[in-house]
Structure formats: structure tokens, C-alpha cells
Design a protein around this ligand. Sequence first.
Ligand code: 4AD
Ligand code: MG
Length: 467
Amino acid sequence: MLHTTTNFESIRSLLGRESAGGDGTVRGWLRTVRHAKEVSFLDVSDGSCMDGMQVVANGETEGYESVVRRLTTGCAIEARGEVVESPGKGQRFELHAKQVELVGPAGEEYPLQKKRHSFEFLRTIAHLRPRTNTIGAVLRVRNAASMAIHEFFQREEFLYLHTPIVTASDAEGAGELFRVSTLPEDDPPRDEDGRIDYAQDFFGRPTFLTVSGQLEAEIGALALSRVYTFGPTFRAENSNTARHLAEFWMVEPEAAFCNLDGLADLAERFLKSVFSDVLDRCEDDMAFFEKRIEEQAITRMRTVIDKPFERIPYREVVSILESSGESFEFPVGFGLDLQSEHERWLTEKHVGCPVVVTDWPAEIKAFYMYRNDDDETVAAMDVLVGGVGEIIGGSQREHRLDVLEQAICAQGLPVDDYWWYLDLRRHGSVPHAGFGLGFERIVQFMTGMANIRDVIPFPRTPGQAEF
Ligand code: 4AD
Ligand code: MG
């Protein structure tokens, strides 16, 4: 009889039993099958942990000849039997099967075989790749990190605020928006000037997928004091790099009565807390990443946890880079953005721990950042780590109405679109600050995975949205 409830023991909890003995049932997919003379060894995985369960079947197993001897990699099975101490290395228990049922057969062309597949190849079979060790481990780390993030903010009394995915304003002012529209493609309504008339569109105005929940998070902070959002964000930037996605998850806390220093403190406590929770909860997965993917994976996380972050103003970073004696591909100078090579040199070679770069030139940062007294820089910060570079971007917000209005106009943005954002500065405006953490970027950092497309189950990048 097939069990079709969620109320059953996972392999993770089976392997965590106090002692051998007693019945057990295992349901999952065969990672490997070895048929010896009169005995078969099935390595069953159900994704609940890195380890699979070894199921041993022989002539005494019900269905041995008719079912077990025909099993191949990729088949889904249910096995019932006795949990016994395993004589083999690397596993505590194994299951001596009394009965094995084939739940779902796998075709001969099942593409995941014992050999190692390249991550490029696995991206082409994203519907099956969660069954591999690496992607399974990535997904478990994502799960643990998500929970650690919620727990951190709940502990710090931040309220989880759900910000919208469809928005009418460009939160970053960078123009990297995906349009949301239900107008007919072949013959959209047009205004007198012949332009598409979005007043007749679904929302009665142009709308887009959000690039950030920040502007709405500010509304929340100016009422509830401390809030955070954790949701998908979308950027139509044509960057085909190992660190960019067109759809990624962002964690955005926003705090009232907070300045840049307070924000940098928050970011540091936050990263330390999330990393130590993940190390605690994903011991086996992290050991796997350290062994197979990035030798320094755990060490790097420990450095973040143990060492205080270095805070360096942008101006000083520029002089450090200029006098580094390194020959960088991209130029360095006040007013130029830092490139990934600069970020990595600074964190990996120069400082050896996370760096918070503060007080950036206004002209390369977004319109909403607080203008410093020097009238040249804004109270912004980027948190940089080794291997990945920028994982957090944030700032104190401009809470002075006139200064904000000026910044919006100076950047050539449509000031009317931001009316409610400006109105917040008219009624009970207070200094406030927030940041955005790229969730996939920290998963990359933790796991050491080289390409961001391999740390999200269904990557969206230019030209790719199949799964
Ligand atoms: O620095 P960004 O653009 O900042 C914001 O969007 C602010 N509104 C956040 C805030 O203050 N509430 O993005 C924040 C972080 C970056 O540091 C990076 O880690 C990640 O989001 N990020 C991306 N991750 C993957 N793919 C992309 N295309 C990304 N763009 C930004
Ligand atoms: Mg940024």
C-alpha cells in the first residue's frame, strides 16, 4: 500500500533516530543502484538531507525479482523494512527491505547518471537538477538562510511588510524596468501623438515589475518604526555576468530614527547572525561545499562571523586603490563606480574581511540618499565580501523635502510619479535608513558556487526563462 500523506518519516529523521532497530519506510528517488549476485543496493534520496539511505534488498524481499532487479537510476520507490546498523562506512543506518514498490519508473534516457555533470549542462535540465547533490544542498542552504533572516529581524523587532510587485515608480531611478501591460500587442490604443496610450491599460497608467521594495518599505518604517521586506525583484539590465539575475530575491530592512552608522551596525549584526545560523543548521551541506566546491567556504563564513567589519569612506578607498600598485582593468578615480575587481582586491587582498564602503559621490548613487554636509557625497554604504563583491547596498534616506525634490529633478526623473514619496517628507518626516541584501549573492558567498544561476532554482537571465 502506497503512503500518500505528508505524515511520514523523512530520511533525515530516520538517520537521526537514536538507535537502530524497528521498522522504517523510505520514499524517494534512486541516485544509484547496484545489483550484485542475489543482492541489490539502492541509494535512495528524498532531498531532506545530503545523505541518502542505503536500502539493501535480496531474495527475501517481496518483489525482489519482479521489481528490485529491474530498478534503475532515477526511479521513484517506496521501501519498507528494518532499520539496522550499517556495516558500511559513511552511514549510520541502512534499511533491510522487506518490500519494495516501484512508484514511478525512470526512462533509459534519464540524464542524471553517477558521473559528475557540468553546471552548464544541469541548467538545461533545471526540472531535474534539484535531485543532484549540489543543487539539493544549495536549496537546503537557501531554505535555512531564509528562516535565519526572518528570525533575525523578528528578534530585532522588525515587522515583515509585504511590498508590491507591480509598481508605477522606478525605485532606483535607473530605468531597468520590465513593463507590465495587458494592452493588445498587435494594435495597442494610441494617443493624439501616436504614442501607446497606457491610460487605457489595465491599471490606467504605465506599470512595471518592481526593482526594489524600498520606497514602500519607507512608508512602513515611518509608521511602524522598523520593517523589512523579503521578496522577488526584477531588473531588465542586460548583464550577462556570474553575479546578475533579471529576477532575484532581496531582503530590505528599513528603520526610522536611524542614520548610516546605525545602519552599518545593523548590517553587521545581520550577516553574522545569518551565517552562524546556517553553519549550525546545514553542517553536512556546508561540509559538502567545502570539500567539493570552495575550500574556503566555511572559513570565509567564520571570518565574517568572528571579525569586526572594516568601515572605509569611498574617498579613502579610491586612494587605497590608486596607490595599490595593482594594474586593474577598469579605471579608478573619484566619481567612478567600483568594479568587481576593485571590490575583490579590497576585501580579499587588502583587508581580509568584509568592508563597508561609506559616503559615495552623489552622482553615481540613487536619488533618495541623504546628502552629506560636503554637498558632494551621500550617506550611502556598500558591504563588500571576498569572492562575490557587493552583497549589500543601502543608505540613510533623504528626509528633507526640498533636498529630495532637488535630487529627483537633478536626475531627470518624473517628479510627479514620486508625489507620495515626497509627501512622506511633509508629514512627520524623520531620519531613517535601510539597505538591500541580494539573497542569491549571499547564497553564492556561503556555498562558493561560481555562478549565481546555480544558487536559484529557476534562473532568469537575458534569453533564459524556460523553467
Ligand atoms: O544596490 P541595490 O541596487 O540597492 C537597492 O535596490 C536599494 N533600493 C536597496 C535598499 O536600500 N533597500 O541592490 C541591493 C543588492 C545589491 O547589493 C546586490 O547584492 C543585489 O541587491 N543585486 C542583485 N543581485 C542579483 N542580480 C542583480 N541583477 C542584482 N542587482 C542588485
Ligand atoms: Mg548597489
